[in-house]
Design a protein around this ligand. Structure first.
Ligand SMILES: [Zn+2]
Length: 174
């Protein structure tokens, strides 16, 4: 995977700016990062149905690429064992095992559940080059990835809680 080195330098600035901006419904200026990034989503849910199903914030983040406020979202300080699924299509995206406290006020992970759970797209909003993360199945906007994460990957997947639906692990302990 190619990532642009100077992203790290922009990090502090980026952290306080909205994620991929108020792009209109389609992101025409995005460049393909993986071969599958421009493919049609496997799941297409009618926008009107989605508006009924999701809260206004969930719709705005996942479908219009907006960003929820830091520290005022559901999962930034959430430490229960389980899996974070896509709020739109319920596909598993991130595990609590890879969640860490980034200090940014957004839920942060060092890796997705599997590499095929997500897709990456170049995001050139605000004159910056960043990498947008979408759900591989339905192409919901999730957040961005940066290269200042912890080991073992060194990556920080900075997500919006509004894109995620947490499923706690079945309690098997006695
Ligand atoms: Zn999805």
């Amino acid at each position: 995977m190619k990532r642009i080195k100077f992203i790290s330098a922009l990090l502090m600035l980026v952290s306080i700016l909205p994620a991929c901006g108020q792009t209109q419904n389609e992101k025409q200026n995005s460049t393909t990062m993986k071969e599958n990034a421009d493919e049609k989503p496997a799941i297409v849910i009618d926008k009107n149905l989605l508006k009924e199903k999701l809260t206004a914030e969930q719709y705005s983040v996942t479908q219009m690429c907006s960003t929820e406020p830091p520290f005022k979202n559901k999962y930034w300080d959430h430490h229960i064992t389980g899996v974070y699924n896509c709020v739109v299509c319920n596909s598993p995206l991130f595990s609590s095992d890879s969640k860490f406290d980034s200090g940014t006020g957004w839920p942060s992970f060092f890796k997705p559940v599997t590499d095929s759970s997500i897709i990456e797209k170049s995001d050139n909003e605000y004159g910056m080059v960043r990498i947008e993360i979408q759900c591989a199945k339905c192409h919901a906007h999730l957040g961005h990835v940066f290269e200042d994460g912890p080991r073992p990957t060194g990556l920080r997947y900075c997500m919006n809680s509004a894109s995620l639906n947490f499923i706690p692990e079945e309690k098997t302990e006695k």
